[in-house]
Design a protein around this ligand. Structure first.
Ligand SMILES: NC(=O)c1ccc[n+]([C@@H]2O[C@H](COP(=O)([O-])OP(=O)(O)OC[C@H]3O[C@@H](n4cnc5c(N)ncnc54)[C@H](O)[C@@H]3O)[C@@H](O)[C@H]2O)c1
Length: 262
């Protein structure tokens, strides 16, 4: 019997920021697709916990602990993969600077916002591309933007500027890498219910998930009247990596429950 193939099985994927949150859901999805997965994350604790969990499930996740802004760590993460794994041809760039400031932001704030999200993104992408063939690489990259890349939000100047830059980076990389057979896209999620968002809504707003989703100024801003689970963002990311997206490059996929539609 014939089976559908998504062109992912047996390939090596690098996921920056893969140790928790959306990244952990991407790692799960890639493991289930039969990929070899390198998690490149600065959190050794979360990375080890994820690696152990997947080992218990029968999967080998390779952990590379380091910062995406550190060129030596980036080189080690992309080049020093297990010797029996193929060279990485799939890349998911999720690591970011979470700095939420307005015009009061200092140069140090801007650096903290832009270094991981843009400089780190460019370092990892450069290293990944350096290991690819000059032609017919059959490779794919997905970068993490956000609804914040598309709109203004009070007090979010640093974050929204950094995410808007991801859209520009994605388009330019798609143009530069198309002749080599590399597709480059981004995704723009709305609020994804992870540990950080759970803590923020509880501590800053006194809301649990159900109450936050019921609030017109929070969940009510989404046409679907709720937030996303990490797996609902991981699935479209993996779709963009797969051969099912073979004619998609240079674009941004909104995974936002309809937030940007109105
Ligand atoms: N959670 C949301 O609501 C949401 C919405 C839209 C976009 N995003 C984007 O999705 C991505 C992942 O967010 P998340 O909510 O899953 O975050 P998270 O905090 O749950 O996970 C982020 C991971 O990235 C790692 N990381 C951070 N900076 C790093 C660096 N410099 N080098 C290496 N690793 C680093 C952290 O250690 C962590 O494991 C980010 O780009 C974020 O901006 C999140």
């Amino acid at each position: 019997m014939k089976r559908l193939q998504r062109g992912l099985s047996g390939r090596t994927a690098v996921v920056t920021g893969g140790a928790q949150g959306i990244g952990a859901a991407v790692v799960e999805r890639l493991c289930l697709e039969g990929c070899h997965v390198v998690v490149f994350d600065k959190s050794a604790d979360h990375g080890r916990a994820l690696r152990e969990a997947w080992r218990d499930n029968g999967y080998t996740v390779h952990l590379s602990v380091g910062d995406v802004t550190d060129p030596a760590a980036v080189q080690a993460a992309v080049a020093d993969t297990p010797p029996d794994w193929p060279r990485p041809t799939l890349l998911v760039n999720l690591a970011a600077g979470f700095v939420f400031k307005g015009i009061e932001a200092t140069p140090a704030d801007w650096q903290a916002a832009l270094e991981p999200t843009i400089v780190g993104l460019s370092l990892v992408t450069r290293e990944f591309v350096a290991g690819l063939p000059e032609r017919n690489a059959d490779a794919a990259i997905v970068n993490m933007a956000s609804i914040s890349a598309h709109i203004a939000q009070e007090g979010y100047l640093t974050y929204n500027t950094s995410k808007a830059a991801v859209l520009g980076f994605t388009r330019c990389m798609a143009q530069e890498l198309a002749p080599r057979g590399v597709r480059v896209n981004s995704v723009s999620p709305g609020t994804v219910w992870n540990a950080n968002n759970e803590r923020y809504h509880r501590e800053a707003l006194g809301l649990d998930r159900a109450a936050a989703e019921a609030a017109p100024e929070h969940g009510g801003k989404f046409l679907l009247n709720r937030f996303a689970d990490p797996a609902e963002v991981a699935a479209p990311i993996v779709f963009l990596l797969s051969s099912e997206a073979s004619f998609i490059t240079g674009t941004d996929l909104r995974v936002d429950g309809g937030y940007l539609a109105v």
